[in-house]
Design a protein around this ligand. Structure first.
Ligand SMILES: Nc1nc2c(ncn2[C@@H]2O[C@H](COP(=O)(O)OP(=O)(O)O)[C@@H](O)[C@H]2O)c(=O)[nH]1
Ligand SMILES: [Mg+2]
Length: 295
């Protein structure tokens, strides 16, 4: 038996969460086209033959401004420290950006030999990939380079197989039917947060956090969930609620549908919107989502 820990790191939007879901084979992380969707370290678990692979999805690594940003970037590098293998994901279309360059510097300084996965190859011409691969490999001593599309699944099986071969011998860390290491409360909050990211525009998603205040499993097999969407200002509250409550209704319906599909039972979801100006400085929030509170 083998068991290996693999961290997925990269700039925001490189496709880390999409890759995590593809590697695990089911959705364990929320995904959106907006940057900074992932706020904490998430674990997804996959099995390849006799090997259990524990993947750590991380927030993107970028230049932090807010306290939440700093906590997210710290969690990302910690994820990499905790793992035996690090996979750096680079968006093929964006190429070697300043953000990627800063990550390469840190990796080179750490003397690691991570694995490079050039992602979103479905979006670019094949011949541009070789130049990008060469430029990246010149900066860091990557153990191996993969060309993948996390979205279509292209190359993902090869990557998983390779990672399984690298895993050290040892007992499995999780039961074989477990695919994630996240509480139902947090998962429920993440699902709702994804709907906010997908439905509300501009800066708003960054100004919100979702908290599951109550999660009650009922005797008839259904669940009653109460959640608060925290916003920073009164004006944002109006946008989340929408005209006559239309947006909140839409968010609730989408989140509930996904939870029901995920869990295979009925969900009664109650969403409330609350103005909590300093939710980004609330220690309890960091604890709830598994981040260190940083100064
Ligand atoms: N075309 C294409 N889009 C992708 C691919 N992987 C991820 N994406 C998209 O890129 C965006 C960011 O993905 P996400 O997984 O949230 O990135 P993360 O911030 O690194 O976790 C989403 O809109 C994804 O659908 C890919 O292989 N091809
Ligand atoms: Mg992500």
């Amino acid at each position: 038996m083998r068991c290996g820990f693999v961290a997925l790191i990269g700039a925001p939007n490189a496709g880390k969460s999409t890759l995590l879901n593809a590697l695990v084979g089911t959705k364990v992380a929320i995904v959106s086209h907006k940057v900074q969707t992932t706020r904490t370290r998430l674990t997804g678990i996959a099995i390849a033959d006799e090997t259990q692979l524990v993947f750590i999805d991380t927030p993107g690594i970028f230049k932090p401004r807010r306290r939440l940003d700093r906590a997210m970037v710290k969690a990302a590098w910690q994820g990499s420290d905790d793992a035996e293998t690090t996979v750096l994901l680079v968006d093929a279309r964006k190429g070697l950006t300043d953000e990627v360059s800063a990550i390469l510097d840190t990796l080179a300084d750490a003397g690691q030999t991570p694995i490079l996965a050039i992602n979103k190859v479905d979006l670019v011409k094949r011949d541009s990939l070789l130049a990008l691969s060469a430029a990246l490999n010149e900066r860091v001593d990557f153990a191996k380079t993969f060309m993948i599309s996390a979205l279509s699944g292209d190359g993902v099986d090869d990557l998983r197989t390779h990672l399984a071969q690298l895993a050290p011998e040892g007992p499995w860390m999780y039961p074989e039917d477990q695919v994630a290491d996240i509480t139902l409360r947090l998962l429920a909050a993440e699902v709702t947060r994804e709907k906010v990211y997908l439905n509300l525009h501009d800066e708003l998603p960054y100004a919100i956090s979702v908290e599951t205040e109550a999660f009650e499993e009922r005797r008839d097999g259904s669940a009653k969930i109460e959640q608060v969407i925290h916003v920073e200002r009164d004006s944002q509250k109006g946008m989340v609620i929408g005209k006559g409550g239309s947006m909140l209704k839409k968010l609730g319906a989408a989140a509930r549908a996904e939870m029901q599909e995920m869990w295979g039972h009925k969900v009664h979801l109650f969403l409330h919107v609350r103005v909590t100006p300093n939710w980004g400085d609330d220690k309890g929030m960091y604890r709830d989502i598994g981040l260190d509170y940083v100064d």
